[in-house]
Write a protein that binds this ligand. Sequence first.
Ligand SMILES: *[C@@H]1O[C@H](CO)[C@@H](O)[C@H](O)[C@H]1NC(C)=O
Length: 196
Amino acid sequence: MPKTFSKLLSSAFFFLFTLLFWSINLASAKSNGFSNVLSPKRFGLKREKLSHLHFFFHDIVSGRNPTAVLVASAAMTEKSKTSFGAVVMADDPLTAAPQRNSKLVGKAQGIYAFAAQDEVGLLMVMNLVFMEGKYNGSSLNLLGRNTVFSTVREMPIVGGSGLFRFARGYAQAKTHTFDLKSGDAVVEYNVYVFHY
Ligand SMILES: *[C@@H]1O[C@H](CO)[C@@H](O)[C@H](O)[C@H]1NC(C)=O
């Protein structure tokens, strides 16, 4: 057999095998026009990362420019020792350092509601929207229980957008300062998330 012919033959075989392989692959990823199974790698999801974010959350309820406002309460909320029933909407600044005028890295936008009768226990439903560097425009979604007088509170991160697509993890919140008179608080957050 001439050398060029055998070369041609082997490349033809290679081509046929590749074709076969692809058609099997395609057949296994059947589409019903509504949903289909994708390969995470080919979709661009290569390596899952673990990120740590550290920032300070400023909950300002007093003064002329509060960042958290009471939007609803029940008839019995005022008599409740734990403010049970109060619902607060927040657009709280997140900064790199404890000082209010330190670098703004994002906002915590959402609701916290006083959901416990025997202790101050908040239901937190928050979007953590970031503005810093590559994270600008990306967000994390926090949903959990916040017993504000505990030293460290842990709340799940249930999802995210942008750089934080497929995020899951947890946030640990620790009160940095709490002004009993004004109700203003600065809370240190450490967030650990897996994402791509
Ligand atoms: C974040 O993005 C917005 C709009 O895309 C832009 O106006 C802003 O300057 C960016 N901020 C930073 C800190 O990069």
